[in-house]
Write a protein that binds this ligand. Structure first.
Ligand code: IVH
Length: 671
């Protein structure tokens, strides 16, 4: 009897498990990725069904079930530590081509060698059970690592699920997590603006990112991954190359720069080619990895305690040079931070001439114990930013004098201050120090802020020197004749600038707030603040405590905002901006209002007259729909504006997908 019952119950128990999984995934997509793929209604219905099933089978109670916690507690503190199934070893490194030749020659004759790029990121081990990504472990100490699966799931090229029947029950794929150069540079730029410490290279940035507790921030930063090693039992293929090729067919991101080499000459040609070509890749590489292709031969060669005998890494030569530190000069930024800069005897490094390098701050200089007259090592940190890594330890080189950091601002003579707990010295003369004045104006007009075309660094400098531009409000008093009278500026470019100034009056409030240049209020933070305080008047009266309630706003940022509005000079400038017509009010953020568009995938294409694309996106989401980027057979309809792209139009016609005009769409929502 009992058996019979459990057989009847079985499908329902399976359904319960499947629902837990599905809802957990949806929670993740909703709360973490901000990209739900299920309507709220469907989610709620499934949640009810799961609750009913859990009530029916109390023996299956699980505190981790989605019924037992709210979705927002994802991204929790700390990571689960998991023992690796196979230890995560490293590779023997070699730095000369001779060593590589030697290694190849010692292999049994006729052995095929797979050459791959050595990606410079962090290693990751992905576990797939029944085709589902169940763990993503960092190397840790090689024996056990941190499970950073929530962060790994933000990488679009890593599949969460492999929908195939021809895959083994369990397999593991190892690879490298990387932050592409472009993302790395953007991140550092943003950090510079927000006065946060910069990452020295993409590897540090990737590592910092992977250990973040907030997967939303991880997603925003845009990690990528390349996979290069498959492990497990009963895996297909007799060679390493075949396995990677199989992994590629299963949907994994495998580099195309993999080559089977038959002899040492082919290996050398590969190394020579990639030594220069790698500079064009979107991600950082620091060498080449050579692996014996045949898996049976790999097994025969086996492992030492730390590294496989069947593989070796060739590291590209470190690009560094010794040169003379001629002088240390000091740069004052828009927020008054004084940055020391090394002026070097020009030296050739990775194809460019380096003659200046940042020395960051006083502590950095002291830690390297350098001063003018020393011979110093210059490296290209992350191959892009030159950095000083040390000095030549030699008795012959005598430092000329003791280093001391200036006490007054090199630009305006004000006494410098160093805030406790900060590494930087600052010039406090905000309103009277030329680089701070010009820097604030440059920031205000920059693309992501007010986007005033034509008002570049040089023009700002010219107008500043002519006494026409002393603060951001002066911009709106500029006259055509003032600008056109400047050297190198004709009437046409002057008119362009004026048009840009006029257009900036339409820039939305969130970007205006960013443009004001309040210390540490970057683009993203400004957006979050503007969402909560949709007028400047409301923001002006907010207390530090209230501001801290906003996501991403800590006590320091809150203090900076309060201090900004307590400064009468800023209030005067704001009043003039208001008079000029700058937007100090935003639209109230639409709360979800209905599920009229629940379950629909909607593409927005073209330009619109009644609302912006972002506003339409917000509307779609507010009504339970999903805004997707490309047209497919799953697209429900296209919200089509003027000048819709011809490709999208054709695809829509081919698939028989309806186009809705702005008016039709608004009619549909009843607004
Ligand atoms: S194979 C058992 N292939 O380099 C050997 N490693 O110092 C498994 N790496 O820990 C590694 N690119 O993080 C392999 N194409 C590649 C690689 C690669 C980068 C990293 C990896 C490893 C380290 C070795």
């Amino acid at each position: 009897m009992l058996d019979l019952f459990s057989e009847i119950e079985e499908p329902e128990r399976e359904e319960l498990k499947a629902l837990r999984k599905e809802l957990e995934e949806q929670n993740y997509k909703y709360y973490v990725l901000n990209a739900p793929t299920m309507s709220d209604r469907e989610f709620d219905e499934k949640m009810h069904r799961l609750q009913a099933l859990e009530a029916q089978f109390p023996d299956m109670f699980d505190p981790k079930s989605p019924t037992q916690h709210v979705g927002s507690d994802l991204g929790k503190k700390g990571f689960e530590q998991v023992k690796h199934r196979y230890p995560m070893l490293s590779l023997a490194n070699s730095y000369s081509r001779e060593e590589i030749e030697d290694w190849v020659r010692k292999l049994p004759s006729g052995v095929e060698i797979v050459c791959e790029l050595k990606y410079d990121g962090l290693s990751i081990s992905l576990w797939y059970e029944h085709g589902i990504l169940v763990k993503a472990l960092t190397r840790g100490d090689g024996q056990q690592g941190d499970n950073v699966i929530d962060n790994i799931k933000t990488i679009p090229s890593i599949p969460w699920k492999i929908d195939r029947t021809d895959i083994p029950e369990f397999f593991e794929l190892r690879g490298e997590v990387l932050l592409p150069w472009e993302r790395f540079e953007a991140l550092n730029k943003e950090r510079e603006q927000q006065e946060e410490p910069l990452f020295a290279n993409p590897r540090n940035a990737a590592s910092g990112t992977l250990k973040l507790q907030d997967p939303r921030e991880v997603a925003r930063r845009g990690l990528d991954a390349y996979l290069y090693y498959m492990l497990g039992e009963n895996l297909p293929g007799a060679t390493h190359y075949e396995r990677l090729d199989t992994a590629r067919q299963w949907g994994f991101h495998i580099s195309d720069a993999i080559k089977v080499c038959k002899n040492v000459d082919e290996v050398m040609a590969y190394i020579a080619y990639w030594d220069t070509e790698r500079k064009n890749l979107p991600v950082a590489t620091d060498g080449i990895v050579l692996k014996v292709n045949n898996l049976a031969q790999q097994e025969e060669l086996g492992f030492t305690a730390k590294t496989p005998r069947w593989a070796i890494a060739y590291k590209f030569p470190a690009e560094k040079q010794l040169t003379l530190l001629k002088e240390i000069t000091y740069q004052v930024g828009r927020t008054g931070v004084v940055t020391p800069v090394a002026n070097l005897e020009p030296v050739q490094l990775s194809g460019t001439i380096v003659q200046r390098a940042t020395l960051h701050n006083e502590d950095f200089i002291r830690s390297l114990d350098i001063q003018p007259g020393d011979r110093v090592w210059v490296e290209k940190g992350g191959e892009i930013i030159p950095k000083i890594t040390g000095k030549e330890q030699s008795d012959e080189v005598q430092s000329t004098k003791d280093f001391s950091f200036p006490e007054v601002c090199p630009e305006c003579g004000a006494k410098l201050v160093r805030v406790e707990g900060e590494a930087a010295w600052r010039c406090p003369n905000e309103a009277g120090c030329p680089p701070q004045i010009k820097g604030k104006i440059e920031h205000f007009v920059s693309r992501k802020a007010m986007n005033i075309d034509g008002l570049g660094e040089e023009t700002i400098d010219l107008l500043y020197r002519q006494n026409l531009l002393h603060n951001i409000a002066d911009i709106y008093d500029l006259k055509l004749s003032d600008i056109a009278a400047q050297e190198r500026l004709g009437e046409k470019s002057a008119q362009n600038i004026l048009d840009g100034i006029e257009a900036s009056k339409q820039v939305p409030w969130a970007r205006v707030l960013f443009a004001l240049g309040i210390r540490m209020v970057g683009e993203t933070t400004a957006k979050k603040i503007a969402r909560k305080y949709n007028t400047i008047d409301a923001l002006q009266w907010a207390t530090a405590e209230q501001l801290c309630a906003i996501e991403d706003v800590g006590p320091q940022i809150a203090e900076n905002i309060v201090a900004y509005f307590n400064d009468i000079r800023n209030l005067e400038i704001l009043e003039r901006l208001r008079q000029a017509g700058v937007q100090f009010e935003g639209e109230a953020v639409a709360e979800p209002t209905s599920d009229k568009l629940a379950g629909l995938s909607i593409v927005i294409s073209g330009t619109f007259s009644q609302h912006s694309r972002d506003e339409y996106k917000a509307m779609i989401e507010a009504h339970g729909g999903k805004n997707v980027g490309s047209v497919s057979k799953k697209t429900s309809f296209i919200l089509a504006g003027e000048n819709m792209g011809p490709e999208k139009r054709k695809k829509a016609e081919d698939l028989g997908i309806k186009l809705l005009t702005e008016d039709e769409f608004l009619g549909l929502l009843g607004s």
